[in-house]
Design a binder for this molecule. Structure first.
Ligand code: UGA
Length: 340
């Protein structure tokens, strides 16, 4: 298949591009390489893909509607995997406009491009944060009682509603994925695992929100990639207006872990003791997440299976190699082999 991946220099986009390229698909990846976090990490992810002959990269922002239309006109995509977004729950309180542009306008541009070019399957990123203040656990896509607690979560819920309308009106087959706190090698520096590992290794305190009384259904990156890979080959049928080809799944491990157990796992993996600072609950945050994994299993026969002990160890091992190598791999630009 010829697959477009947006956010290809991001955490999930990069891992997915690598896997699908190894599986012999042709990958066109786009990213705007924004500076939300360390751009050299994004460039290093692109360098990691540069050795794969069937991956091409274009620097492109989703808000550039004309650039998007040009890209779609030049290439015939069999599937679009839309991972690009402004991520981060707590950051959305201080930077609302960025979320409106990237997550609402960007998503609309993507839907429009897919509609005009009759794309057979659009897979896009949503988030467990959509469930928000709903406390019916485990969180199920069937319950439909979402109460987003942050603007970020509200934009992700909006993405699902917009996708639903395009599926309903135009028969565009869409699959939304509610990711549950994805972690692992090449992970995001703004997320807990990265921050905690860095601080523990440097002997600085880790800040635990809500006095540490939080839990997350932490989900390992390889499991996320496996789930998406299976869904790529299972496009919903293009339908009429009554039977909408619209699907939504949780992608989560299926067992929540407390923040303190999570820090314990990082201590074991690093061999160091954390200095734990207890802070109040952060506005927009939710206390617990827990995925109902049954619908994904029913559709794909796959159940995420990497536990936190194993996943954290693999992350710490990657972190040590990446940051303690003499010079981390840095992509000099977009003209490397395999990247255009
Ligand atoms: C993460 C991602 O940032 C979102 O992009 C994604 O949509 C979301 O997961 C999701 O799965 O829905 P979050 O769960 O807040 O959001 O992930 P982390 O930033 O890794 O935080 C994990 C937990 O650690 C949260 O309970 C958070 O409050 C806590 N935390 C985080 C701290 O106690 N201290 C910190 O310094 C950072």
């Amino acid at each position: 298949m010829r697959i477009l991946i947006t956010g290809v220099a991001g955490f999930i986009g990069h891992a997915l591009a690598r896997r699908l390229a190894v599986d012999a698909h042709t990958i066109v990846g786009i990213d705007n390489l924004n500076s939300y976090y360390d751009v050299t990490l994004k460039q290093a992810r692109l360098s990691d893909l540069a050795g794969l002959p069937n991956v091409r990269f274009h620097l492109l922002d989703l808000t550039d509607a004309e650039g998007m239309q040009r890209l779609f006109a030049e290439s015939r995509f069999d599937c679009v995997i839309h991972m690009a977004a402004q991520a981060g729950v707590r950051h959305s309180l201080s930077h609302p406009e960025v979320y409106g542009q990237a997550n609402l306008i960007g998503h609309l541009n993507m839907l429009e491009a897919c509609r005009r070019h009759e794309i057979a399957h659009l897979i896009y990123a949503s988030s467990s944060s959509v469930y928000g203040l709903n406390n019916k656990i485990p969180f199920s896509v069937k319950d439909n009682v979402d109460q987003p607690a942050s603007l970020y979560a509200a934009t992700k819920k909006s993405n699902e509603l917009m996708a639903h309308s395009y599926s309903h009106l135009y028969g565009l087959p869409t699959t939304g994925l509610r990711f549950f706190t994805v972690y692992g090698p090449w992970g995001r520096p703004d997320m807990a695992l990265f921050r905690f590992t860095r601080n523990i290794l440097e002997g600085r305190p880790v800040e635990l929100y809500n006095q540490g009384d939080m839990s997350r259904d932490f989900t390992y990156i390889d499991d996320v990639v496996e789930g998406i890979t299976r869904l790529v080959s299972l496009a919903p049928e293009r339908g009429g207006t009554s039977d909408t080809p619209y699907r939504l799944y949780n992608i989560g491990y299926g067992r929540p872990v407390s923040l303190s157990e999570f820090v314990d796992a990082i201590e074991r993996a690093t061999g160091k003791t954390a200095i734990r600072d207890y802070l109040p609950m952060q506005p927009g945050d939710i206390q617990h997440t827990w995925a109902d994994t049954e619908p994904l299993f029913a559709a794909t026969g796959f159940q995420p299976c990497t536990d936190v002990a194993d996943g954290v160890e693999r992350f710490v091992s990657w972190y040590r190699t990446y940051y303690h190598a003499a010079s981390p791999p840095i992509c000099a630009g977009s003209s490397q082999a395999g990247l255009a």
